[in-house]
Design a binder for this molecule. Structure first.
Ligand code: NAP
Length: 275
């Protein structure tokens, strides 16, 4: 890994998770990382907490970083790009994590051949278990992809996909932790309903979700076959499965991912002025 300096503009939940992940990796050093925050108190707190340099002006990061990670909200991305574009050089790499903001639109605003990569991580970045998808813009080469991969592997797994699939990714894994939180809350409530204490019910639910996810990961077996392992004839699991099927659990999940994907598409089109 070349010792390129990484700068984060928009050091909120995701930006800070990335900074923490990089610092926890074997190659991430404090001197390689910089960030900016427009609020003085937040900039100072971040600098204190992470031990890195945090500037009050985004332009400082744009001037000093080799890789620029844009972690601001999508509605703030365009003004931030406009603010920093005069400072950008072709040997830099710009990575945006903003949802629904295409690389082509970023490239148009920058009006220069700076390489751009779009990343779609998820909130599990805070525990370094994000599922991140990377999409390369027009000027990004394989060396840029490798650099971005290395950065996002510090907060979880990374897959590279063509950008037309990113709305689907946003609907599935970008939004995904919310589906699982709903399931955890629902199962925890269910445990309370059948007589367990809230603490016990939540702890058992979390471990069950972790264990099932780990089994699917380690055994690399189709989930239908894993489900068959649990459903003995006339037993409790098949009775519960009948209830889930009657209530269309899988169709509900498919509908949710479909509407989230459509919403991502809609937001992207609105931002690129195509609606
Ligand atoms: N959260 C997710 O699950 C998730 C998943 C995938 C992708 N994303 C994408 O990640 C991005 C960040 O999301 P987030 O949840 O981390 O949001 P967030 O916590 O609100 O982070 C955004 C940060 O940007 C700061 N900021 C505001 N205006 C700024 C400016 N002009 N210059 C520099 N920094 C500025 C905000 O400060 P203040 O808080 O003081 O305003 C905040 O610290 C979004 O574009 C989102 O689409 C999020």
């Amino acid at each position: 890994m070349t010792a390129r300096r990484i700068g984060v503009i928009g050091a909120g939940n995701m930006g800070t998770a990335l900074l923490r992940g990089i610092l926890a990796s074997e190659w991430g050093t404090k001197t390689r990382l910089i960030a900016s925050h427009p609020k003085k108190s937040k900039a100072a707190a971040l600098a204190r907490e992470l031990g890195i340099r945090v500037f009050g002006q985004n332009i400082e990061v744009a001037l000093k970083a080799d890789v620029l990670i844009l972690g601001v909200k999508p509605q703030i991305l365009e003004p931030v790009l406009t603010e920093i574009k005069s400072a950008l050089r072709r040997d830099q790499l710009v990575i945006s994590i903003a949802a629904g903001f295409p690389t082509a639109h970023i490239e148009t605003v920058l009006a220069a051949s700076v390489p751009v990569i779009r990343a779609m991580p998820n909130v599990a970045a805070v525990v370094r278990l994000s599922a991140t998808v990377l999409c390369l813009g027009r000027h990004a080469k394989s060396a840029h992809a490798a650099e971005a991969r290395r950065i996002f592997e510090s907060i979880g797994t990374v897959v590279e996909l063509p950008e037309y699939q990113l709305d689907a990714v946003t609907g599935l894994s970008g939004t995904g932790p919310m589906y699982i939180f709903q399931i955890i809350e629902g199962l925890s409530d269910a445990g309370v309903r059948v007589g367990l204490s809230r603490d016990v019910s939540t702890a058992l639910t979390i471990q069950t979700v972790l264990g099932a996810a780990k089994m699917a990961e380690v055994l690399k077996t189709h989930p239908g076959i894993l489900k068959d392992l649990v459903t003995s004839p006339g037993g409790t699991a098949i009775a519960a499965l009948h209830s889930l099927e009657r209530n269309r659990l899988r169709a509900i999940l498919m509908d949710a991912v479909e509407v989230a994907t459509a919403r991502s598409k809609e937001l992207g089109l609105a931002r690129s002025g195509k609606t």
